[in-house]
Design a protein around this ligand. Sequence first.
Ligand code: GRF
Length: 203
Amino acid sequence: MIKIAVLVSGRGTNLQAIIDACENNFIPGKVVCVISNIENVYALERAKKHNIPNFVISHKNKERIEFEKELIKKLEEFKPDLICLAGFMRILTPYFIEYYRNRIMNIHPALLPAFKGLYGEKVHKAVIESGAKFSGCTVHFVTEEVDGGPIILQRIVPVEDEDTPETLAERVLKEEHIAYPMAIRLFAEGRLKIEGKRVKILY
Ligand code: GRF
């Protein structure tokens, strides 16, 4: 059973998918804490409903390092094996990334390495404007390069001619809720081997 910490900033649908996957034993693990940098977000309600320790650590009026030191201090109370970013809207510095090297995952709502560095509606708008026929989601390890860490897995969806950023986001989100638990499960089973930019899945 691995211990999973989830960092959030918003509504937390990916957090919910992770919690559910742990509760129904798809992931051999447990969400041990949820930390938000924003107060009163719905993700915190989700944690409360499942009796998961949850905290707000604000980034406001703080140096990035100071914020991350507070984050690490709280996280270390729970000794997590894996940190999952799930709609967490802060870029982490090399200090935090080094502390949890190869133990931080993120989900991005597009097919990396295209459409890096964009978030929310902007990603889906950029995908539609690019004329791409497919989009999807990417679960990756977090490194110092924003959205540039080794890719663990991806799921694809078609981009329809009639799509708006909202309709595409909705289609992608459904796949996110499958992809993130799958990637965490592989990690928990010790089946992910990072070789440079490539993550090999061991069978
Ligand atoms: C998702 O689209 C995810 O890909 C991105 O932020 C969004 C978070 O949504 N990183 P939610 O809070 O998990 O519902």
